[in-house]
Write a protein that binds this ligand. Structure first.
Ligand SMILES: [Ca+2]
Ligand SMILES: [Ca+2]
Length: 158
């Protein structure tokens, strides 16, 4: 599963922009969940965030609490719906939205609808390509040195 890069966060939560979320596995209802690199921020799916039954709709949440992988509802086990942002979704199929209107907590501005983007991170494969290119460069440099030495040896034999 590719990493997801978060953007579109409101200015009050600016430090979350650019966070790279890594796929961690699946929670008990088989939804994928993610954790930010070097930071306690998670994206997971909670079909009932306070665990009280029909009072809350199913949603993706961006939360600083780590989700349980065994609980089917109230995954952060606080009997409340505390998180940084939410995106209502009747199903978790297909993972969190690549782009969507989330309700986000924006500090002094309160809860605001913002369009958050979770873009698949392609930098990993690009880094791989660069390594391959570098390896090719090294081997061709090695080959030319070899040819140069060979040429000199040949010359000294003449
Ligand atoms: Ca909860
Ligand atoms: Ca929470």
């Amino acid at each position: 599963m590719p990493n997801l890069v978060l953007s579109g966060v409101c200015p009050q939560m600016e430090e979350l922009n650019g966070l790279v979320f890594e796929y961690q596995g699946r929670t008990a209802d088989n939804s994928p969940y993610y954790k930010a690199q070097d930071r306690e921020e998670y994206i997971y799916y909670d079909s009932d965030c306070d665990g009280e039954g029909d009072s809350s709709v199913a949603r993706w949440v961006l939360d600083d609490s780590s989700p349980s992988t065994s609980a089917l509802v109230d995954l952060d086990e606080d009997q409340e719906c505390n998180y940084l942002a939410r995106f209502d979704a009747s199903s978790s199929t297909g993972g969190p939205p690549s782009s969507g209107m989330w309700y986000m907590y924006c500090g002094t501005c309160g809860w605001i609808k913002v369009e958050l983007t979770l873009e698949e991170d392609s930098s990993q494969s690009q880094a791989g390509d660069v390594l391959i290119a570098a390896a090719r460069g090294v081997s061709s440099a090695g080959a030319s040195i070899f040819l140069l030495v060979l040429a000199q040896l040949t010359r000294s034999f003449v």
